[in-house]
Design a protein around this ligand. Sequence first.
Ligand SMILES: Nc1ncnc2c1ncn2[C@@H]1O[C@H](COP(=O)(O)OP(=O)(O)OP(=O)(O)O)[C@@H](O)[C@H]1O
Length: 339
Amino acid sequence: MPVSLEQMRRCSVAVDLGASRTRVYVKDTGLVVNEPTVAAVNTRTGALLAVGFLAERMTGRTPDHIQVVRPVAGGAVVNIEMAQRMLRHLVGGKLRKSWRRSPALRIAACVPHDSEPLVQRAIRETLSALGARRVELADTIICAAVGSGLPVEHAEATMAVLCGAGTTQVAVLSLGAIVAAETVPVGGDSIDCAVIEHLRSRHGLLLPRQAVGPLRLVMGDMPSRVEVHGRDVITGLARTVEVDTESVRQAVDTPLTAVLDGIRTVLRRCPPDLVADLSDRGITLAGGSALLPGLDTTLSRATGMAVHTADQPDTCAVRGLGAMLEGRVEPMRLDPLAS
Ligand SMILES: Nc1ncnc2c1ncn2[C@@H]1O[C@H](COP(=O)(O)OP(=O)(O)OP(=O)(O)O)[C@@H](O)[C@H]1O
C-alpha cells in the first residue's frame, strides 16, 4: 500500500479509527475529534443513545436493554453499521465546511501495516457514511512516524514503535517507506488486563476496567503503596486494598516482553547499515500506551538503545496524516540519473 503524497494532498479530512479512540483532522483546521470509539444503543428500539465519551462512561453501568458497543477491534472495523452511525454523530457537523468547499469529499485514513484487503474494504465502506467519494489509505506506522517528527523521507533509518490499545506496531523506515515491520497483538488493553489479573490473583479483588487508569499513573513513580477500591472475589462486597506499585509494574512486564520480541525481530530483519543509524537515533514511541509511565526506560534498559517518547504520542498518527494532507511532508526526489 504505497503512500502517494500527491493523492494525499487531494484529501481534506484525515481519520484514524482506532480500537480505543477515533481521531479526525480537518485540513487547515486541525484535530476536530478525539473521542472514544464507543457507541451505546438501546437493544429494544435500536436507537443510538450516546457516542464517544458519554458512551464510554456508560460502560459497565447499563441496564439490560442498553448495550455499549466498540465497533473497532484489533485494527479492523468489526461492526461497520455501528461505526458509521457513531462517526456520523461524532463528525457530521464538523465536516459541513469541507462538504461545502468540495462536495466530492476525499478522506484519508490510517490502516495498520500489511492489513488484509477485507480490513481495507471495511474502513472504506465505513467512511462512505461521511459522504466520502474516495478514501485513500496510509500506513498508520508511517503516519505516526511523520507525526512524531521523524525524518522518514531521508536516506537514514528511523524506528517507530506505535503502542495502541489492541496492537503495537514496530517498524524501521527509510526513504519514506517501511524496511521491516512487525505487528504484536499486545497494547494498552493487554496491560490493563495484566493489572486486573494481578489484583485478582494477589489480592482477591475485582477491579473495574475504568479503575486501572489512576493506578497506571503512579506506576512510574518510586515504589510506594496506593489504595485501590474494588469488589471482593469471594464475598462480592466492596473492599479496599493497599497495593504495592512495584508489584503492579512487574505484572505489566509480561505483555511488554511481547513488544520487546517485536522490536528484536524487526532489528534482525534490518540491513546492518540501518541498524547502525538506529544506534545513534534510537527508538521513538508513539500511540496512547506510550504514555505508560516508565515504558521508555523499561524498553531502553532491555534493548540498550535510547528510547524517546514523541510529543503528544496519542495523536501522532492522525497529525502525521494531517501533515501529509497539508503538504508539509516533502518526498525525497529520486529522479533517474541523466545519462
Ligand atoms: N496516560 C496513559 N497511560 C497509559 N496508557 C494510556 C494513557 N492514556 C491512554 N493510554 C492507553 O492507550 C491506549 C489507546 O492508545 P491509542 O489511542 O493510540 O489507541 P488506538 O489508536 O485507538 O488503538 P489501536 O491503535 O490499537 O487501534 C489505551 O489502551 C489506553 O489505555
